[in-house]
Write a protein that binds this ligand. Sequence first.
Ligand code: SF4
Length: 452
Amino acid sequence: MEISASLRFIDSGTGRFQDSYGLKIGALRSSHPRTRERFQRLDFVSGIGICASLRKKRKPHPWVRRFGIAQLTRHDLSELLKSQSASKAVWSALRAGASPFVLDSQELTSKQAALKAFDVDDIFAMTLKPEAVEHMIEEAPGEGVASTHKFLLRLHDGFSVESVLIPNDRRLTRRATTICISSQVGCAQGCCFCRTGTMGLLRNLSTEEIIAQVVQGRRLAKELSLPRVLKVVFMGMGEPLANLSNVKQAVEALSDMRRMGFARKRLQISTVAPSPHQVLALKGMRCQLVWSLHSPCDTLRAQLVPTSLFSTMELREAFLTVFRSSSGNPDRRFMVAVVMIAGVNDQPENARELAEFLIPFYEDPEVGLSVNLIPYNENPELSEHQFAASDVKTVQKFRKLVNESLPGMAIHIRETRGANASSACGQLATELKRQHERAVTIIKQQADVEAV
Ligand code: SF4
């Protein structure tokens, strides 16, 4: 392995920086205990950490793990750059929708010396380049309602993921844009009403790739004269809990006021809740939770979300434990989402069943429950299941019936914004054919490399 002049080590016992000659430089006071354990050796050139056990042997550990800038706290990044102002400049550039890797950018001129430590060919740097946004679709839903903008972000290995910019209603006094981001390329959950589900899982996104969507979103919002991006929802491609460690680190960076600076009530994770174990791992996350329940009936839910292996009762218990835990979800607002499909889950008996199922959340003072009814985005390409969207009257009747059992609970009926681009919650769809072709090419290339 190549060791550059800027490579330094961290003593595994003391957690202190040491250069290659053993000189103590400073303590690493990481806010991530595991990061401290694992960061034995840091490569300053690329901002990537490589794990190696230095105490016992001077050889790298058999497994190598890479850490990127987005996973480092401001303090750790200051240590890496030997400059607090450079670390501040990195995050203020990212917050503003700019790439800190662009060394000739005017705002960063004074910080160039420290920032030159970064490698402009770094994967994160490549994802932040304006040309990484390869496709843009604008959808104008109607008069008085601002257009949504869907963009494809090209990743370093040829895959791409979708994100959507959704400006709020023009009539509202506080103008803001919400960005809907992806957590995986494809998805393994296979929900039968979702085009992404037909792709299968191609790979997880790294923390940097998740953050890059928000940075690009902020840049595009500025260019398109949209209101500032103030809210992030994980409702694009992928199941966030199936990529938990990267999503968790992204939420930490997004909710950290010294990094991306989003208020926790403006960060939302939407999940089908693959298992109680994964739900319990949400304890202490600084964001709001949305459970894509669709139906409390296990038989019907198993048809809509065929990978659901646990009963809705078990999953409900897990969510309640998260909210009741002392280190629980700091934002008590909790949303239950139902995609409304005509004749499938929109009947009066479905409404009554849902209301009964939600009682433990409704009665729990730790939970601020609301329900989101999302009209199904009709998708002719899902030939196996020819679903139709519930009509407006049926959805309104459904809401009334639920509210009769749970008076005062907020029930929102989602506008179908993004429908034309198949870009509403959990129903984002990318150009599947192209994505699959790329996947096949990449797999073939990997097989060729292995064969050599
Ligand atoms: S709805 Fe969400 S969880 Fe289900 S397949 Fe689509 S992306 Fe995955």
